[in-house]
Design a protein around this ligand. Structure first.
Ligand SMILES: [Zn+2]
Length: 233
């Protein structure tokens, strides 16, 4: 009779291992780690796009500044090369030079703003790149851990199932059949010990009369409350 408890222990262990294996195969921990990695990568991607936009603006402004400078040099040269013949022309040229200077200054200010934005973006992009690396390491660790744990579970399941196979022939056939029926009906638990008058499956306290009756039964003993097979522990 005690052997049915051994069988129950093995079946409980097997059930636990199978449940853990299902969890690992569903890969919830791994998919959480992968999601973390995706989020870090998308943040880094956004910062890189912003940096590229700043660089493009800066290049455009640098070209503008250079071209304003070239035009200014040409116009200033024209002021003194004797081609200006009257006041009206001179005024127009002075106006043009002032306008070019103003536009160049504006472009220079804008370029300065872009450089400041770049200075703000650079450390944030570096930080985001670090986060991507850390998230990638985490995802790889979780993936590796899951594979190692699945290996351990497979080995342990093999061992427990072999023990079970060795144990089953030692049990009475009818007892085994009842045990399997009860397990199907009662959440995987078909047999339990009675300790200090308490059934360890349903946790009910059996009456003194019932305990005395059970002690004197020759065949299979069952809990009066949950009807599981019981063994005095
Ligand atoms: Zn019970």
């Amino acid at each position: 009779m005690e052997r049915v408890l051994e069988l129950q222990e093995l079946d409980t262990a097997i059930g636990r291992l199978e449940h853990r294996r299902e969890q690992l195969e569903a890969g919830e921990e791994l998919s959480a780690a992968r999601k973390g990695l995706e989020e870090a990568e998308s943040q880094l991607g956004e910062l890189r796009l912003a940096t590229d936009a700043v660089d493009a603006s800066s290049r455009r402004l640098e070209n503008e500044i250079e071209s304003f400078g070239a035009k200014l040099a040409a116009e200033e040269k024209r002021m003194y090369d004797g081609t200006i013949v009257n006041t009206k022309e001179l005024e127009a040229l002075q106006h043009e030079i002032a306008s070019l200077r103003e536009r160049r200054t504006r472009a220079e200010d804008e370029l300065l703003e872009q450089m400041e934005r770049r200075e703000d973006l650079d450390p944030r992009a570096a930080e985001a790149a670090k986060e991507v690396d850390a998230a990638r390491v985490r995802a790889e660790e979780v993936g590796g851990d899951a594979i190692r744990e699945l290996d351990r579970i497979a080995a342990e399941l093999d061992a427990r199932r072999a023990e079970r196979e060795a144990l089953v022939p030692a049990l009475d056939e009818e007892l085994l059949e009842l045990y399997e029926d009860l397990r199907r009906q009662k959440h995987g638990v078909g047999a339990a010990a009675i300790v200090d008058g308490v059934c360890l499956a349903c946790h009910e306290h059996l009456s003194a009369v019932e305990l005395d009756k059970l002690k004197h039964i020759e065949g299979v003993k069952r809990c009066e409350y949950c009807r599981r097979i019981v063994v005095f522990g």
